[in-house]
Every structure is written in structure tokens, then in C-alpha cells.
Design a protein around this ligand. Structure first.
Ligand code: NAD
Ligand code: GLY
Length: 376
């Protein structure tokens, strides 16, 4: 791909009949009409978005659809994780049915990971499955949640416990949309960018180490390269293991620790998903060091990097009380990744070299969490 400004990069997710393209570049929303037309059996679609995104970007999408003669209905949801619920799912499904969305129509998810996961799930189950297109508007959604077909909602028992694999038909990652994203949300998304380097590409991590501030600013070509490389890595992993029976689990680096913190803080504004991943990744490297699997200083290296992005890297960086390690361990057992009562961790041998560990003794986890808490 050329590395010039204003170029659009194309990353293919190779999944046989369910293959699709991820387009990464500036100015894609204004081209959405022509990019969507080849997917439409009739010139009609439905858009699911949230209030914040609608305020900034829905009118532009509506105008471009109008200009292309594409009829559209939109549902604007409350922003935030609480929409990823049974009630939110019902609201989206009923809206799609009331809008006359048929089996051959297309649903557009215009928003961050919450909207993508929710609208994707609704599309996956509506009339036993309709196609959907992701127009991710957060950095996190552009590099992670819009790609790979994991969709779903939360249950009172835990996060993302109800859902289906349903691949989108197209992903339009328009980098211009990131310019309206609050700084804290950009940093949270950046945690998932750094994750790709940490889990499997040391050269990418080194490149990020030179440009972390530039990527977060989201206004130079560095963000395009970071989004493209992240999508390439995710596409490659998903093509090998769509339903997470093996290598896809590496994408959960930092998530066993992080999800427990997210659950313990009530999926609230106290700790965003990407922030929990940031703390969890540092813990994963420190835990790997404590188990003698990698250089014990790598946790510090990861921490320095993530701090430059403005991310929390320690449990002590979470505002308010966090439950004790023994309670966090209990929460970890409810995680989707737990299998046969055993916890699953992604551990590291080096930066860019990680593996799935399914045989970690609980006592080691508890000892580590207690020591980590005392040190933080
Ligand atoms: P989000 O969708 O809640 O968006 C974050 C905030 O930014 C919201 O308030 C939203 O309204 C606002 N926003 C979105 N785009 C904006 C824009 N362009 N300008 C201004 N404001 C904007 O959160 P997120 O971080 O994008 O996604 C988190 C969710 O993604 C979690 O539910 C997580 O479980 C899920 N996730 C899913 C996958 C997957 O593979 N499906 C992967 C990672 C995370
Ligand atoms: N975000 C983890 C995955 O898509 O598998």
C-alpha cells in the first residue's frame, strides 16, 4: 500500500463466502453512498447509532445517502455500555422490524464498539440474519470491535455473555470521524492498538514507541498506519481462527485481568474498556515476569509506553475502591474465556511473543494480584 496522505488502504478479511474488506482512510463517510450501493438489493437501509455520534456525524451520512437515492431510517440510542443490554437489543430489533428491514437489506452500525456489538448482534438474529456494515467512529472500534464478527450484549452475569459471531459485509474506518472523539476515548482505543504490537509484532510496537503521541492526536498519517496495521493483524488472526478455538485468544491479551476490573467497577465511567485492557496488559507482562517466563522489566516497559498515551496502568489509578484480589479472582471465573473451571491467561515470553496459558495455578494468580496491589 502507498504510504501517502489521503490514501485509502484496503485490508481483506479472508473468510470464504463471508470475506469482506476493511477500508481505512480519510473522507470515507462522504463516499459511503457509492461504497454501499453495490451491497444493496434495494435502495433502502437502517442506521443504528448513539446520541453523541448522531450529533456529530449522522447528518453527513444521511446527506450522502439522500444524494445517492438511498432511503434510510435511523435509531439513536443512549450512549454508553448500558445500551448493550436485553432492553437495547429489543429496541434495535423492534426498530428494524418497524422500519421494514427485510432479509436482503443492510443495517448500518454507526458508532463505537457499543453500537457495533449491539447492532451487529441484532442484525445477526433478526430474521435469522441480515447483513450489516460497520462504520466505526472510535479508535477502539476501528482497530478492534468492528472487525472479526464478535457481536453481543452484556448480562447481569457478565460482559458480552450473550452474542453470536456475525461478520459484517464491509467496514468503513473513516479516520476523520476520530477528530470529534474525546481525548480519553482516543487513549482508551490506543490501548488496543498497543495490544497488537505487544501480542505479536515487536517491530510495530517499536514504531508505536516512536509515535505514541502522534497516533493519539489522530490528525496525521501515523493514525492511518496504526489503524491499518492493527486491522491487518486482526484480519490475519480472525482468518486463521474465526470462532476463537486457538490463536484468536491472543487478542485477549490483558483481558482476563482487565475484564475483572471492569466488572468490579460496574462497567462504569470509572474505567473504560480500553483503560482496563491497559492495566490488564501491564499485569499480564508483570505476571509473566513473576512466573519466570519473560524478562521481569518488560512490565515496566509496557507501562511507560501506555502512560505516555495517558492511560492508567495500575489498579491504584482507578478512582474509588476496587474489591480485593480474592474477589477479582472470583469474578475471573465468570469470564467467557474460563474453561472447565480453569482460567485462561495470555502470557508473554517477550514483547511481540505471547501465548495462551490454560494451566495457571489459582494460588499463583492470587499471590501475584496481592503483590501487584501492594506495589501499586
Ligand atoms: P463506545 O461505543 O461506548 O464509545 C465511546 C464513547 O464515545 C461513547 O460515549 C460514544 O457516544 C462516543 N463516541 C463514539 N464515536 C464518537 C465520535 N466520533 N466523536 C465523539 N464521540 C464519539 O465505546 P468503545 O470504546 O468504542 O467500545 C467499547 C465496547 O466495545 C465495549 O462494549 C467492548 O466490550 C466492545 N468491544 C468489542 C470487541 C469485539 O470484538 N466485538 C472488541 C473490543 C471491544
Ligand atoms: N477483541 C477480541 C476479539 O475480537 O477476538
Amino acid at each position: 500500500m502507498p504510504d501517502t496522505e489521503n490514501a485509502t488502504d484496503k485490508v481483506r478479511v479472508n473468510l470464504g463466502r463471508r470475506s469482506y474488506d476493511i477500508l481505512v482512510g480519510d473522507g470515507l463517510l462522504p463516499q459511503a453512498g457509492e461504497l454501499l450501493l453495490p451491497l444493496l438489493k434495494r435502495k433502502r437501509l437502517a442506521i443504528v447509532t448513539d446520541e453523541n455520534v448522531a450529533g456529530f456525524h449522522l447528518a453527513s451520512l444521511a446527506a450522502v445517502l439522500d444524494a445517492n437515492g438511498i432511503e434510510h431510517a435511523s435509531l439513536i440510542l443512549n450512549p454508553g455500555e448500558s445500551s448493550k443490554s436485553y432492553a437495547g437489543l429489543q429496541q434495535v430489533c423492534e426498530f428494524l422490524l418497524a422500519s421494514g428491514i427485510e432479509r436482503n437489506d443492510v443495517v448500518i452500525a454507526l458508532g463505537g464498539g457499543v453500537i457495533g456489538d449491539l447492532a451487529g448482534f441484532a442484525a445477526g438474529v433478526l430474521r435469522r440474519g441480515v447483513r450489516f456494515v460497520q462504520i466505526p467512529t472510535t479508535l477502539l472500534a476501528q482497530v478492534d470491535s468492528s472487525v472479526g464478527g464478535k457481536t453481543g450484549i452484556n448480562s447481569p452475569h457478565g460482559k458480552n455473555l450473550i452474542g453470536v459471531f456475525h461478520q459484517p459485509s464491509l467496514v468503513l474506518a473513516d479516520l476523520d470521524l476520530l477528530k470529534t472523539l474525546p481525548k480519553r476515548e482516543r487513549a482508551a482505543g490506543y490501548a488496543e492498538v498497543a495490544k497488537y504490537g505487544l501480542l505479536g509484532d515487536a517491530a510495530f510496537f517499536d514504531w508505536l514507541d516512536q509515535r505514541v503521541e502522534e497516533v493519539i492526536a489522530c490528525d496525521t498519517d501515523a493514525v492511518r498506519k496504526a489503524v491499518r496495521r492493527s486491522c491487518e493483524m486482526k484480519a490475519d488472526i480472525v482468518a486463521q481462527d474465526e470462532t476463537e478455538t486457538g490463536v484468536r485468544a491472543l487478542l485477549n491479551l490483558g483481558h482476563t485481568f482487565g475484564h475483572a476490573l471492569e466488572a468490579a467497577t460496574g462497567y462504569s465511567n470509572r474505567l473504560l474498556h480500553g483503560e482496563s485492557v491497559s492495566i490488564g496488559m501491564v499485569q499480564a507482562f508483570r505476571f509473566s515476569g513473576a512466573l519466570g517466563l519473560c524478562d521481569p522489566h518488560l512490565g515496566d516497559h509496557a507501562e511507560r509506553h501506555l502512560k505516555r498515551a495517558g492511560l492508567p496502568t495500575r489498579v491504584s489509578g482507578i478512582p474509588g475502591e476496587v474489591p480485593p484480589p480474592a474477589r477479582l479472582l472470583e469474578i475471573m471465573h465468570q469470564d467467557k474465556k474460563a474453561s472447565g473451571g480453569k482460567l485462561v491467561f495470555i502470557l508473554a515470553r517477550a514483547i511481540g511473543e505471547t501465548f495462551v496459558a490454560r494451566d495457571i495455578a489459582e494460588k499463583d494468580v492470587l499471590d501475584f494480584l496481592e503483590k501487584d496491589r501492594r506495589a501499586s
